[in-house]
Design a protein around this ligand. Structure first.
Ligand code: SF4
Length: 155
């Protein structure tokens, strides 16, 4: 079973109420049978639209370990919502034997390998978003739509 960031499928769940429909993902999924679309921020209780957020003091794995926080651009602590959403997704992933998650690049929830550490400057650091980190920690392969676009399709 494959887990997918819902915004990549054209669902308007991004912070600004928009999506990031990715044709390459649709192409990849077309012969894969069923898959699960999810949005960790919405599943954690945040609304659409919502204020953009960033991880402060570390990366997603640090948030999972209680060593960093997630703050909105209006300085509201949304760490609990991010963790709740990530945990719900992990639970669904386990119940459905998910082995692969294709996630939205650079997001503080879904980003894999690189995430923004400063929304104003769009500066990137090495690390995963909160949901991506929790999935990876639990043995689920994570990648982004950028991998598909680059031709690095999983076997
Ligand atoms: S949390 Fe993930 S699925 Fe939801 S809008 Fe952000 S990148 Fe997309």
């Amino acid at each position: 079973m494959i887990l997918v960031s819902a915004c990549l499928l054209g669902i308007n769940c991004q912070y600004n109420g928009e999506n990031d429909l990715t044709e390459k993902l649709l192409e990849f999924l077309k012969d894969k049978g069923t898959f699960i679309a999810m949005c960790p921020e919405v599943w954690g209780g945040l609304p659409i639209p919502r204020d953009a957020s960033q991880i402060v003091g570390g990366t997603g794995i640090d948030v999972v370990g209680g060593k960093a926080k997630v703050m909105s651009i209006k300085n509201k602590d949304v760490t609990n919502e991010f963790i709740t959403g990530a945990e719900r997704i992990l639970q669904i992933a386990k119940e459905n034997n998910v082995e692969l998650a294709i996630l939205k690049a650079k997001s503080p929830s879904c980003g894999v390998g690189k995430i923004y550490d400063d929304l104003a400057s769009r500066h990137l650091i090495d690390g995963d978003g909160v949901a991506a980190a929790l999935l990876r920690k639990n043995g689920i392969k994570v990648m982004t739509e950028k991998d598909l676009i680059a031709g690095n399709w999983p076997k």
